[in-house]
Design a protein around this ligand. Structure first.
Ligand code: PEP
Length: 258
Protein backbone atom coordinates (compact mmCIF):
# COMPACT_ATOMS: atom_id res chain seq x y z
CA UNK A 1 0.00 0.00 0.00
CA UNK A 2 1.27 3.47 -0.84
CA UNK A 3 2.53 5.50 2.10
CA UNK A 4 0.60 8.71 2.68
CA UNK A 5 3.04 11.58 3.22
CA UNK A 6 2.87 13.22 6.64
CA UNK A 7 3.61 16.95 6.78
CA UNK A 8 3.97 17.76 10.49
CA UNK A 9 4.59 21.22 11.89
CA UNK A 10 6.69 21.36 15.07
CA UNK A 11 5.85 24.69 16.66
CA UNK A 12 8.55 24.24 19.31
CA UNK A 13 8.14 26.68 22.24
CA UNK A 14 6.11 29.21 20.26
CA UNK A 15 2.50 30.46 20.37
CA UNK A 16 0.31 30.62 23.46
CA UNK A 17 -3.15 29.06 23.29
CA UNK A 18 -4.77 32.24 21.95
CA UNK A 19 -2.17 32.57 19.18
CA UNK A 20 -2.54 28.84 18.48
CA UNK A 21 -6.22 29.35 17.69
CA UNK A 22 -5.36 32.03 15.15
CA UNK A 23 -2.74 29.92 13.42
CA UNK A 24 -4.90 26.79 13.16
CA UNK A 25 -7.83 28.83 11.83
CA UNK A 26 -5.63 30.52 9.21
CA UNK A 27 -4.03 27.22 8.22
CA UNK A 28 -7.42 25.52 7.82
CA UNK A 29 -8.78 28.47 5.87
CA UNK A 30 -5.76 28.56 3.54
CA UNK A 31 -5.91 24.81 2.92
CA UNK A 32 -9.61 25.03 2.11
CA UNK A 33 -9.15 28.08 -0.09
CA UNK A 34 -6.43 26.35 -2.12
CA UNK A 35 -8.42 23.12 -2.51
CA UNK A 36 -6.37 20.85 -0.27
CA UNK A 37 -6.66 17.20 -1.31
CA UNK A 38 -6.51 15.14 1.89
CA UNK A 39 -5.91 11.94 -0.05
CA UNK A 40 -2.49 13.27 -1.16
CA UNK A 41 -1.01 14.25 2.22
CA UNK A 42 -1.75 14.36 5.92
CA UNK A 43 -1.30 17.62 7.82
CA UNK A 44 -0.44 17.68 11.52
CA UNK A 45 0.63 20.22 14.13
CA UNK A 46 2.77 19.35 17.17
CA UNK A 47 1.98 22.08 19.65
CA UNK A 48 3.11 23.12 23.14
CA UNK A 49 1.36 21.17 25.91
CA UNK A 50 -0.55 24.27 27.02
CA UNK A 51 -2.09 24.62 23.52
CA UNK A 52 -3.30 21.07 23.06
CA UNK A 53 -6.77 21.40 24.61
CA UNK A 54 -7.53 24.56 22.65
CA UNK A 55 -6.27 23.11 19.37
CA UNK A 56 -8.20 19.89 19.98
CA UNK A 57 -11.44 21.77 20.64
CA UNK A 58 -11.09 23.87 17.50
CA UNK A 59 -10.11 21.00 15.21
CA UNK A 60 -12.79 18.64 16.49
CA UNK A 61 -15.60 21.22 16.60
CA UNK A 62 -14.96 22.37 13.03
CA UNK A 63 -13.81 18.95 11.74
CA UNK A 64 -10.67 20.49 10.33
CA UNK A 65 -8.42 18.26 8.20
CA UNK A 66 -5.47 18.67 10.58
CA UNK A 67 -4.15 16.11 13.06
CA UNK A 68 -2.52 17.31 16.25
CA UNK A 69 -0.13 16.11 18.88
CA UNK A 70 2.69 16.90 21.30
CA UNK A 71 6.42 17.53 21.06
CA UNK A 72 7.49 15.29 23.94
CA UNK A 73 6.17 12.92 26.61
CA UNK A 74 7.30 11.40 29.89
CA UNK A 75 8.84 7.93 30.05
CA UNK A 76 6.62 7.34 33.11
CA UNK A 77 2.96 6.41 33.34
CA UNK A 78 2.02 8.59 36.33
CA UNK A 79 3.21 9.60 39.78
CA UNK A 80 5.84 11.77 41.44
CA UNK A 81 7.46 13.26 38.32
CA UNK A 82 6.98 16.98 38.82
CA UNK A 83 6.55 18.90 35.61
CA UNK A 84 6.16 15.87 33.37
CA UNK A 85 3.24 15.09 31.04
CA UNK A 86 2.28 11.43 30.57
CA UNK A 87 1.18 9.48 27.52
CA UNK A 88 -2.26 8.73 29.03
CA UNK A 89 -2.79 12.49 29.48
CA UNK A 90 -1.98 13.08 25.80
CA UNK A 91 -4.16 10.17 24.69
CA UNK A 92 -7.07 11.60 26.71
CA UNK A 93 -6.72 14.81 24.65
CA UNK A 94 -7.00 12.74 21.44
CA UNK A 95 -3.45 13.44 20.33
CA UNK A 96 -2.54 11.41 17.25
CA UNK A 97 1.20 12.07 17.17
CA UNK A 98 3.96 12.64 19.70
CA UNK A 99 7.50 13.61 18.67
CA UNK A 100 10.19 11.81 20.65
CA UNK A 101 13.93 12.34 20.62
CA UNK A 102 13.94 15.68 18.82
CA UNK A 103 17.53 16.89 18.62
CA UNK A 104 16.68 19.81 20.92
CA UNK A 105 15.54 17.29 23.56
CA UNK A 106 18.71 15.29 23.03
CA UNK A 107 20.91 18.40 23.17
CA UNK A 108 19.34 20.41 26.00
CA UNK A 109 17.80 17.63 28.11
CA UNK A 110 20.37 14.88 27.64
CA UNK A 111 17.96 12.38 26.11
CA UNK A 112 19.72 9.25 24.89
CA UNK A 113 18.49 6.39 22.71
CA UNK A 114 17.23 4.42 25.73
CA UNK A 115 15.07 7.38 26.81
CA UNK A 116 13.78 7.86 23.28
CA UNK A 117 12.96 4.14 23.14
CA UNK A 118 11.06 4.29 26.46
CA UNK A 119 9.09 7.32 25.28
CA UNK A 120 8.23 5.72 21.92
CA UNK A 121 6.96 2.61 23.73
CA UNK A 122 4.76 4.70 26.04
CA UNK A 123 3.25 6.55 23.07
CA UNK A 124 2.49 3.27 21.27
CA UNK A 125 1.10 1.65 24.43
CA UNK A 126 -1.45 4.45 24.63
CA UNK A 127 -2.60 4.22 21.03
CA UNK A 128 -0.75 7.19 19.58
CA UNK A 129 1.94 7.37 16.91
CA UNK A 130 5.48 8.35 17.84
CA UNK A 131 7.49 10.47 15.43
CA UNK A 132 10.98 9.28 16.32
CA UNK A 133 13.58 11.93 15.48
CA UNK A 134 17.09 10.91 14.49
CA UNK A 135 19.96 12.56 12.66
CA UNK A 136 23.61 13.47 12.81
CA UNK A 137 25.41 16.64 13.86
CA UNK A 138 27.79 18.55 11.64
CA UNK A 139 30.93 16.84 12.93
CA UNK A 140 29.52 13.39 12.12
CA UNK A 141 28.50 14.52 8.63
CA UNK A 142 31.90 16.08 7.97
CA UNK A 143 33.51 12.78 8.95
CA UNK A 144 31.19 11.00 6.49
CA UNK A 145 29.58 8.85 9.22
CA UNK A 146 25.99 10.11 8.89
CA UNK A 147 24.47 6.81 7.78
CA UNK A 148 25.98 4.60 10.48
CA UNK A 149 25.36 7.18 13.20
CA UNK A 150 21.71 7.58 12.28
CA UNK A 151 21.13 3.83 11.90
CA UNK A 152 22.51 3.30 15.41
CA UNK A 153 20.00 5.84 16.72
CA UNK A 154 17.19 4.07 14.86
CA UNK A 155 18.19 0.68 16.26
CA UNK A 156 18.32 2.09 19.79
CA UNK A 157 14.95 3.79 19.44
CA UNK A 158 13.23 0.67 18.10
CA UNK A 159 14.59 -1.82 20.62
CA UNK A 160 11.79 -4.17 21.73
CA UNK A 161 9.18 -2.61 19.40
CA UNK A 162 7.39 -5.19 17.24
CA UNK A 163 7.18 -5.27 13.44
CA UNK A 164 3.46 -4.45 13.52
CA UNK A 165 4.17 -1.42 15.72
CA UNK A 166 7.09 -0.24 13.59
CA UNK A 167 4.94 -0.43 10.46
CA UNK A 168 2.65 2.21 11.97
CA UNK A 169 5.17 4.65 13.38
CA UNK A 170 7.03 7.55 11.83
CA UNK A 171 10.78 8.18 11.75
CA UNK A 172 11.98 11.73 11.09
CA UNK A 173 15.48 12.01 9.69
CA UNK A 174 16.62 15.45 10.79
CA UNK A 175 20.29 16.26 10.30
CA UNK A 176 21.02 18.59 13.20
CA UNK A 177 23.06 20.97 11.01
CA UNK A 178 19.96 21.60 8.88
CA UNK A 179 17.54 22.36 11.74
CA UNK A 180 16.69 26.03 12.00
CA UNK A 181 19.77 27.03 9.99
CA UNK A 182 18.23 27.64 6.56
CA UNK A 183 20.69 25.07 5.24
CA UNK A 184 18.48 22.33 3.83
CA UNK A 185 19.97 18.94 2.98
CA UNK A 186 20.10 18.19 -0.72
CA UNK A 187 17.43 15.74 -1.90
CA UNK A 188 20.26 13.26 -2.48
CA UNK A 189 21.53 13.68 1.11
CA UNK A 190 18.00 13.13 2.42
CA UNK A 191 17.46 10.09 0.22
CA UNK A 192 20.81 8.54 1.19
CA UNK A 193 19.88 8.37 4.87
CA UNK A 194 16.11 7.82 4.52
CA UNK A 195 16.82 4.96 2.09
CA UNK A 196 19.38 3.46 4.47
CA UNK A 197 16.87 3.63 7.35
CA UNK A 198 14.27 1.75 5.29
CA UNK A 199 16.84 -0.86 4.29
CA UNK A 200 17.89 -1.33 7.91
CA UNK A 201 14.27 -1.79 9.00
CA UNK A 202 13.95 -4.44 6.29
CA UNK A 203 16.92 -6.25 7.86
CA UNK A 204 15.77 -5.79 11.47
CA UNK A 205 12.17 -6.78 10.69
CA UNK A 206 10.96 -7.70 7.21
CA UNK A 207 10.18 -6.21 3.78
CA UNK A 208 6.48 -5.38 4.44
CA UNK A 209 7.45 -3.46 7.62
CA UNK A 210 10.12 -1.52 5.73
CA UNK A 211 7.61 -0.72 2.98
CA UNK A 212 5.02 0.49 5.46
CA UNK A 213 7.03 2.70 7.84
CA UNK A 214 6.89 6.41 7.04
CA UNK A 215 10.21 8.26 7.01
CA UNK A 216 10.17 12.06 7.04
CA UNK A 217 12.94 14.49 6.30
CA UNK A 218 13.29 17.54 8.55
CA UNK A 219 15.61 20.55 8.45
CA UNK A 220 14.82 23.95 6.93
CA UNK A 221 11.97 22.63 4.78
CA UNK A 222 10.09 25.42 2.97
CA UNK A 223 7.33 25.48 0.36
CA UNK A 224 9.97 26.18 -2.31
CA UNK A 225 12.22 23.18 -1.54
CA UNK A 226 9.68 20.58 -0.38
CA UNK A 227 8.83 19.34 -3.90
CA UNK A 228 12.33 18.14 -4.74
CA UNK A 229 12.73 16.43 -1.35
CA UNK A 230 9.36 14.69 -1.72
CA UNK A 231 10.35 13.46 -5.18
CA UNK A 232 12.80 11.06 -3.55
CA UNK A 233 11.44 7.53 -3.15
CA UNK A 234 12.15 7.07 0.55
CA UNK A 235 11.05 10.53 1.76
CA UNK A 236 7.47 10.22 3.03
CA UNK A 237 6.89 13.67 4.39
CA UNK A 238 8.47 16.48 6.32
CA UNK A 239 8.91 17.57 9.91
CA UNK A 240 8.81 21.34 9.74
CA UNK A 241 9.89 23.81 12.42
CA UNK A 242 10.14 27.51 11.54
CA UNK A 243 8.03 27.36 8.39
CA UNK A 244 5.12 25.77 10.26
CA UNK A 245 4.56 29.05 12.14
CA UNK A 246 3.52 30.74 8.91
CA UNK A 247 0.14 29.31 7.81
CA UNK A 248 0.58 30.25 4.12
CA UNK A 249 4.03 28.70 4.01
CA UNK A 250 2.98 25.57 5.87
CA UNK A 251 -0.10 25.17 3.67
CA UNK A 252 2.28 25.27 0.69
CA UNK A 253 4.33 22.47 2.27
CA UNK A 254 1.21 20.39 2.99
CA UNK A 255 0.23 20.87 -0.66
CA UNK A 256 3.67 19.80 -1.94
CA UNK A 257 2.03 17.66 -4.62
CA UNK A 258 0.79 20.67 -6.67
C1 PEP B 1 12.45 20.93 13.53
O1 PEP B 1 12.26 21.65 14.49
O2 PEP B 1 12.23 19.71 13.63
C2 PEP B 1 12.91 21.53 12.28
C3 PEP B 1 13.15 20.75 11.26
O3 PEP B 1 13.08 22.89 12.27
P1 PEP B 1 13.30 23.81 10.95
O4 PEP B 1 12.26 23.40 9.95
O5 PEP B 1 13.08 25.21 11.45
O6 PEP B 1 14.67 23.57 10.45
Amino acid sequence: MARKPLMAGNWKMNLDHVEATGLVQKLAWTLKDKGYDESKSEAAVLVPFTDIRTVQTLIEADRLPIAFGAQDVSTQESGAYTGEISAPMLAKLNCSYVAVGHSERRQYHGEDDATVNAKAKKVIEHGMTPIICVGEGLDIRQAGNQVQYTLDQVKGALDGISAAQVANLVIAYEPVWAIGTGEVATPEDAQEVCGAIREEIGKLYDAPTAEAVRIQYGGSVKAKNVGELMAKPDVDGALVGGASLDPEEFAGIVRFYE
